[in-house]
Write a protein that binds this ligand. Structure first.
Ligand code: ADP
Ligand code: MG
Length: 333
């Protein structure tokens, strides 16, 4: 409850910054660390490098390379569980390819990430509330690539079969929906990993580096009924592993590649524009500028809650991308 109050005071958007550790190759090649975590406990990090002036950034939380999946989830859980109280919630991972977006959201079998931990927590709360509420949970897995929406559950176990393209429709009551989208009903946590993996295996194939250039989205749809008074709630939790934010050199990109690069930039910059318009309480929020923001329209703003993980690399060689990501994150605050 206290957490919800803090959220309201600061607006409903929070930004966490997470830095991955140097990997073995970087250590072996003597890579230099350009990020300072001395004040991480106060939500601060600093750029420390000979090539750039010292600059500090402040976030709602900073996770140093030593933070593990459980540490990160501990601060994330209040966002995720709000969905059972009827709030729409969006959790994003933003950053350059290789900085740990997928590690944070999906994790690995050994080091499970926010997606799995959130669903485990939801089922835990559902069992604690079973005398008061009855809940129904369904999960969809989508990919937005090149301004096209694909249903990763529809292509099932055949990753090479392109699933049909989906469109966003608006009902006469103004509710957004995606006709034809597969919604997997999950009734316990052991069913969840399977559904998440099915989506994983069906990711875009055929285009170079499509994985890095697509945003992967898990949508958890909640229907709840209060058994005492019959009141119903409907809410959505969006878990979004965004496309890599690195700038693609203009000289590298031609034809389809160029179009793809422009579309990736379009959805990420549209997301930045939307979140910053919401944070600034601007009267116009440009949801329609990309498929991603259009999809999330009824789950961003209003009394919904959003959390953005800004993922960074500690390596001095990545510093210019790191600074771009930190600036992006500062802009959405
Ligand atoms: P992205 O999705 O942003 O491209 P990944 O999640 O694939 O990045 O991470 C790149 C590599 O770094 C992976 O091998 C991943 O396991 C590892 N990694 C990322 N973050 C961490 C972390 N916090 N701790 C340990 N390994 C990490
Ligand atoms: Mg990834």
């Amino acid at each position: 409850e206290l957490y919800n109050k803090v959220l309201e005071l600061k607006g409903n958007i929070r930004v966490f910054c997470r830095c991955r550790p140097l990997n073995t190759e970087e250590i072996a090649s003597g890579a230099r660390v350009a990020v300072d975590f001395e004040s991480a406990k106060d939500g601060e990090l600093a750029i420390r490098s000979n090539t750039h002036p010292r600059k500090t950034f402040k976030f709602d939380a900073v996770f140093s390379p030593q933070a593990d999946q459980a540490d990160v989830f501990e601060d994330t859980v209040p966002f995720a569980t709000s969905v059972l109280d009827g709030y729409n919630v969006c959790i994003f991972a933003y950053g350059q390819t290789g900085t740990g977006k997928t590690f944070t959201m999906e994790g690995t079998h050994e080091f499970r990430g926010v997606n799995y931990r959130t669903l485990a927590e939801l089922f835990q709360i559902i069992s604690e509330r079973q005398k008061l509420f009855r809940y129904e949970i369904r999960v969809s897995v989508l990919e937005v690539y090149n301004e096209q929406i694909r249903d990763l559950l529809a292509s099932g176990t055949q990753p090479n079969v392109a699933s049909k393209r989906l469109e966003i429709k608006q009902s006469s009551e103004g509710v957004l929906h995606v006709p034809g989208l597969v919604e997997a009903h999950v009734s316990n946590i052991s069913e969840v990993w399977e559904v998440l993996q099915t989506g994983s295996n069906a990711r875009a194939v055929g285009a170079t580096n499509a994985n890095e250039h697509s945003s992967r989205i898990h949508c958890v749809m909640v229907k709840g009924e209060n058994l005492l008074n019959g009141e119903c709630i409907r809410s959505k939790l969006w878990l979004v592993d965004l496309a890599g934010s690195e700038r693609i050199a203009k000289t590298e990109a031609q034809g389809e590649r160029l179009k793809e690069a422009q579309n990736i930039n379009r959805s990420l910059s549209a997301l930045g524009d939307v979140i910053s318009a919401l944070a600034n309480k601007s009267s116009h929020v440009p949801f329609r500028n990309s498929k991603l923001t259009h999809l999330l329209q009824d789950s961003l703003g209003g009394d919904s809650k959003a959390l953005m993980f800004v993922q960074i690399s500690p390596n001095e060689n990545d510093l210019s991308e790191t600074i771009c990501s930190l600036n992006f994150a500062s802009r959405v605050k």
